[in-house]
Design a protein. Structure first.
Ligand code: ATP
Ligand code: MG
Length: 457
């Protein structure tokens, strides 16, 4: 039975298929403790969406009417985090449950009586909402009601809550109908919601691809119209979101949607126009193959490191840049360094790749040369590099179909498996011999103060 309450729809326990067995026991413990202490406690957002879809939630977000300080008083294992908006983190052995106090997005004038000392924090309505001239939210830390908390969320399917008091689902936005119909729809006017936070556009794409949903027409039109404004979001945040898209297991689908909406060209203008052009009469098809490869790895439950992901996705583009530097006379290592530096220089102003990740990406590409030198100097040192597996995998995925490369990879794999040195097969030996290593002559340094051996005789 659906029961209307204010503007919400409550779906009773027996009307929905969510079982508590699918929930994190720690997160449930948090909800029960809040309830036992007289507070309201809900699961909210992605976990409720995923539970209803029969998917395993990534994390369980809890919202409550208890203030962060009140939460801290209830839980010994609680730490408050966040300067802008205080959140409580409840620490368990292998899990942290995030507990947020209901928030509102609506800017509100302070009401004098509510600002009086001694009023509960969550009822105070300071003006803490700050927007820039274009309506982007810069700061939003106003406590609110459960309904306001649901309405400030991005999409209807992400606004459902699960109430521990009666195990019901509360739907303030029509999220359940959209979930059943497979629709991603912003809560409220999509033009406004994307203006407030352009990152929501990337989230719409990710959820549509990940869940196999369609983006509702108004939302899609607003998204396409606002695509170019994605660059207003903070570059490190855009990188984080892009990672989530590419590592979602549906990266290829995400890419298609990013292209259709114009987001991809806005995020990666140089790379995107390179992809659209041909090199020496050939289209750039490797990129699509790499997206499929990463998707298959993720779908198998494997992890792909950030530098390897970037190398797979952007490697061909970087190689072409390096080739340009090489033609200008730069040696291999320098040309790769210059190519990666150029790539970082054009990408980072919009999508900020951390320097350390950029350096690790550069290493994967530049160490490809080392794989050809068999056995080379100190193969065991090379094998013990932290990124050895990434270097090997990059080689295997991008060039492994070549017979010669396959043999080299086999040798390295055997070498890595065994402690004792693996003999070099003659056909690989020839290549090694073709690249003789210059040995530096080491001269003994004379110590001018040392007495000569013959002195004193
Ligand atoms: P997943 O964790 O599976 O990627 P999620 O929906 O849980 O998906 P989170 O980033 O964990 O996504 O965010 C938790 C919830 O916070 C969302 O479900 C949504 O309700 C809200 N939310 C997150 N980002 C935004 C945003 N940019 N604008 C409005 N609400 C947001
Ligand atoms: Mg989540």
């Amino acid at each position: 039975m659906k029961k209307e309450q204010h503007s919400s729809v409550i779906i009773a326990r027996q009307e929905h298929g969510i079982s508590r067995k699918l929930m994190s026991p720690n997160a449930l413990r948090v909800l029960y403790r809040l309830k036992d202490n007289g507070f309201v406690g809900y699961f909210v957002g992605g976990c409720v969406r995923d539970l209803l879809l029969g998917r395993e939630p990534k994390d369980f977000d809890v919202v409550t009417n208890a203030t962060p300080n009140e939460v801290k008083r209830i839980f010994r294992n609680c730490r408050l985090v966040g300067r802008r908006f205080r959140l409580a983190h409840i620490h368990f052995h292998d899990e942290i449950i995030e507990v947020a106090t209901f928030r509102s997005q609506a800017p509100d004038d302070p009401e004098p009586e509510q600002l009086e000392a001694g009023k509960p924090e969550h009822r105070q309505r300071h003006v803490r909402m700050l927007r820039d001239d274009d309506g982007m939210i810069l700061r939003d830390n106003v406590y609110g009601t459960p309904e306001e908390d649901a309405l400030r969320r991005d999409f209807t399917v992400n606004s459902l809550s699960y109430n521990i008091a009666d195990f019901s689902i509360i739907d303030y936005t029509g999220g359940l109908a959209d979930l059943n119909a497979g629709i991603i729809r912003t809560i409220g006017d999509p033009d406004v919601r994307f203006q407030e936070d352009p990152v929501r556009m990337l989230r719409a794409v990710r959820f549509a691809a990940q869940l196999g949903f369609t983006i509702e027409e108004h939302t899609r039109k607003a998204l396409a119209a606002a695509a170019a404004t994605i660059v207003r979001a903070a570059p490190p945040r855009l990188y984080d979101e892009m990672l989530k898209l590419l590592l979602s297991g549906e990266g290829a689908k995400c890419y298609d949607l990013l292209c259709q909406t114009g987001l991809f060209a806005a995020l990666f203008p140089d790379f995107s126009s390179w992809l659209g052009a041909e090199s020496e009469g050939f289209p750039h098809t490797r990129f699509g193959e790499m997206l499929d490869y990463v998707d298959s790895r993720i779908q198998q439950g494997d992890k792909v490191s950030q530098p390897l992901l970037l190398a797979l996705i952007f490697g061909e583009y970087i190689d072409e840049k390096a080739e340009r530097f090489r033609r200008q006379g730069a040696p291999w290592q320098q040309s790769v360094n210059a190519a990666v530096a150029e790539f970082m220089g054009e990408t980072c102003p919009v999508v900020m790749i951390a320097n350390r990740v950029g350096m690790a990406l550069r290493d994967i590409i530049s160490q490809q040369m080392r794989l050809k030198k068999i056995p080379g100097r100190r193969p065991e040192t090379f094998i013990s590099r932290h990124d050895f597996n990434d270097i090997i995998e990059y080689c295997r995925v991008t060039r492994g179909d070549k017979k010669e490369v396959g043999k080299q990879l086999d040798w390295w794999a055997a070498q890595a498996e065994q402690q004792a040195p693996v003999p070099v097969p003659p056909e690989l030996m020839r290549e090694t011999e073709a690249l003789p290593r210059k040995r530096k002559r080491r001269r003994r340094r004379r110590n001018p103060n040392a007495k000569s051996g013959t002195e004193g005789i």
